[in-house]
Design a protein around this ligand. Structure first.
Ligand SMILES: [Cu+2]
Length: 493
């Protein structure tokens, strides 16, 4: 039960980790031996059927890593797969050379190759995943939790909930079906050498006439939004479905901090807590707590949600697929509570997530950027279509991308303008940014590393340009990424 971070469970897990490295419990930092992490295949049982998937296995046989306050990210990563791979530490800001993007700058790890990593991690709920889309889709992804001193002293139980979408079919086949065969036309940075010609010259990138658009709600002025472009066989929470969910033992009346990661390749979820809760962090960054029972999250985003359990009982925490009836989740249960079976389908479809950015608008950073003049601003156009399946940034795919430039130390604003009818969760490597404007309204929004830009929306984020290097900026919808929806934020010294 690697995800059950009860206080007692955590101490036991740490002891096991310490034992595995033959070092005392508190010998963290430079002197500690590296943690081991292995990219390997594993077999899951999903809805009663065996499935061979990828995984990132730690030194005690579980998935992913949990680091203590002040503990260095000192990891030896071994590739035990029969394909080349490379792992990105999502939400972390390591030196660029350790960032984990194919050939930018490091090559993929060959079968059997080991590579060492060593950097000071950011606290919070983060994750790690292959930066080769077809591998991420095959569950080569795991939690990366970095606990703070406040987490350790707080009287609350931590529970990780790691969400994914899953198909029994080979992921190459799933990707080919979604993209109509256009995936894989990229490019060394996607970990494939396949080449194809894409003629962009016929695309109208002028943006069209926005004047008649209804920006107020989900109707998009009568135009159809594209939500889900593939029906997966299962939606997983900690590798399980609601037919056999994880049941986490909790204390009567106790406080729980849920650390939820949306690692799905192409699914946005609503988290339904059932009982009153509060959202306390997004993408690992604290926000001014926001009460509620339902919170949405696009691909690659994280939510930390606190719940004060109302006495004894079983408390399901569900993840509802947007625009559909499928759901997954886990169950918090006090000792002796009756845990009843929950159907994998809701009675009604859940709505689309944040079409008008109502949720994002309410989020406020607990530790916002220090106000200062903006040195440089870029507008970034997001466009594309389902037919042909092609998604672009500033009219280009990765093969022909034009870098978005900045100088290290500059305050930069990036305005994402989505001209397509599908939402795009936009992720910038190596930086945290603050959401500062939504559809023309200035806000003191959340710090994040992945912002969801719904159809036709305009979202501005601010950041201080970091290490002089090439940092990836891309959509985290894996089929979109696989067709080249990526550019770079090129920081010069
Ligand atoms: Cu996208």
């Amino acid at each position: 039960m690697a995800y059950d971070l009860t206080r007692r469970g955590f101490i036991a897990a740490s002891a096991a980790m310490a034992a595995s490295t033959a070092l005392p419990r508190f010998a963290f930092g430079q002197s500690a031996a590296p943690l081991s992490l292995t990219a390997a295949t594993r077999v899951l049982e999903i809805n009663g059927k065996a499935a061979t998937v990828y995984g990132l296995i730690n030194g005690t046989g579980g998935q992913g890593l949990i680091l203590d306050p002040g503990q260095q990210f000192r990891v030896d990563l071994t590739n035990s797969l029969d394909v080349e791979t490379i792992i990105h530490w999502h939400g972390q800001m390591p030196p660029n050379v350790q960032d984990g993007v194919p050939n930018l700058p490091m090559p993929l790890l060959k079968t059997g190759e080991m590579r060492s990593f060593d950097y000071a991690p950011n606290p919070g709920t983060h994750w790690m995943h292959s930066h080769v889309p077809v591998q991420e889709m095959n569950l080569l992804a795991a939690p990366l939790i970095v606990r703070s001193a406040a987490d350790v002293s707080a009287d609350r139980q931590e529970v990780v909930m790691f969400l994914h979408d899953f198909s029994f079919r080979p992921t190459e086949e799933v990707l080919a079906e979604i993209t109509g065969g256009t995936a894989g036309h990229d490019m060394s940075a996607m970990g494939t050498d396949a080449k194809a010609e894409t003629d962009m010259s016929g695309m109208d990138m002028s943006g069209g006439d926005m004047s008649g658009m209804d920006m107020s709600g989900g109707s998009m002025g009568g135009m159809a939004m594209d939500l889900n472009d593939f029906n997966f066989d299962a939606y997983l929470a900690n590798d399980r479905t609601l037919s056999d969910p994880e049941v986490v033992a909790v204390e009567k009346g106790g406080r729980v901090r849920l650390r939820i990661v949306n690692a799905a390749s192409a699914t946005t979820f609503w988290i339904d807590t059932g009982v009153p809760a509060r959202l306390v962090a997004v993408d690992g960054h604290a926000i001014v707590p926001m009460p509620g029972t339902r919170f949405g999250m696009a691909m690659a985003q994280r939510l930390d949600i606190e719940i004060d359990l109302p006495g004894d009982g079983a408390f399901p925490v569900l993840a509802l697929r947007e625009g559909a009836r499928e759901r997954t989740g886990l169950i918090l249960a006090t000792t002796g509570a009756l845990v009843s079976k929950i159907a994998g389908m809701s009675d009604a479809e859940s709505p689309a997530f944040d079409t008008d950015m109502a949720q994002e608008m309410l989020l406020q950073a607990a530790n916002p950027l220090v106000a200062r003049p903006v040195d440089r601003a870029h507008m970034i156009m997001l466009a594309g279509s389902m037919q042909p399946y092609l998604w672009t940034i500033d009219g280009q795919t990765w093969d022909t991308h034009k870098p978005i430039i900045a100088t290290s130390g500059e305050r930069v604003e990036l305005m994402f303008h989505n001209m397509s009818m599908m939402g795009h969760p936009m992720h910038l490597h190596g930086h945290a940014f603050q959401v500062v404007n939504i559809n023309g309204k200035a806000i003191n929004g959340a710090m994040r590393d992945t912002v969801y830009v719904p159809p036709m929306a305009m979202v501005t984020v601010a950041l201080d340009a970091g290490e002089a290097a090439r940092w990836m900026l891309h959509c985290h919808h894996m089929p979109h990424l696989s067709t080249g929806m990526m550019t770079e934020f090129a920081v010069s010294a």
